[in-house]
Design a protein around this ligand. Structure first.
Ligand code: CMP
Length: 140
């Protein structure tokens, strides 16, 4: 089915000037960018986004990293967009990510792992509405 998912190009990948290379991978896999913006997240905005991880030992480092520089937040649309994006990203830990995935090619550590992608339909809905109003999404 046609789905939407939230993608974030994280500060490490933006700093590497890899925004275009990463979006090209989405487009070449048949996903369409239907919304996008660059943001420098505040602690509150990043902490709210990762609220489900609040009690995890890595939460403070995660928020610190996600606020360390600008990110590019996008809504990707396409057939099986949620799973397709996760396949393109590879495992959360770049050291375990399959060859040819975004994290294998652009990331070094589990914190600075280049991209985020929604992990389920429920997360996608919450994450998309966390960053975008309906009037900011352009179906195509
Ligand atoms: P992301 O998909 O954005 O979701 C939460 C992030 O926390 C994850 O990518 C990693 O960058 C980061 N993180 C750091 N340590 C861990 C860990 N042990 N398990 C999962 N995520 C972690």
């Amino acid at each position: 089915a046609t789905e939407r998912t939230l993608s974030i190009i994280k500060p490490d990948a933006v700093a590497k000037n890899a925004i275009g290379d990463i979006i090209a991978r989405f487009e070449h896999a048949g996903l369409r960018v239907v919304a996008a913006k660059m943001l420098h997240l505040s602690e509150d905005k990043a902490g709210g986004f990762y609220a489900e991880h609040k009690e995890r030992p890595f939460f403070n480092d995660l928020v610190g990293f996600m606020t360390s520089g600008p990110v590019v937040v996008q809504v990707l649309e396409g057939e099986d967009a949620i799973a397709k994006n996760r396949d393109l990203m590879g495992a959360t830990n770049p050291k375990e990510a399959a060859a040819g995935t975004i994290r294998a090619d652009f990331a070094e550590t589990i914190d600075a792992n280049a991209v985020h992608g929604s992990d389920s339909a429920e997360s996608a809905e919450r994450e998309i509405s966390y960053f975008f109003g309906n009037d900011e999404i352009c179906p195509r």
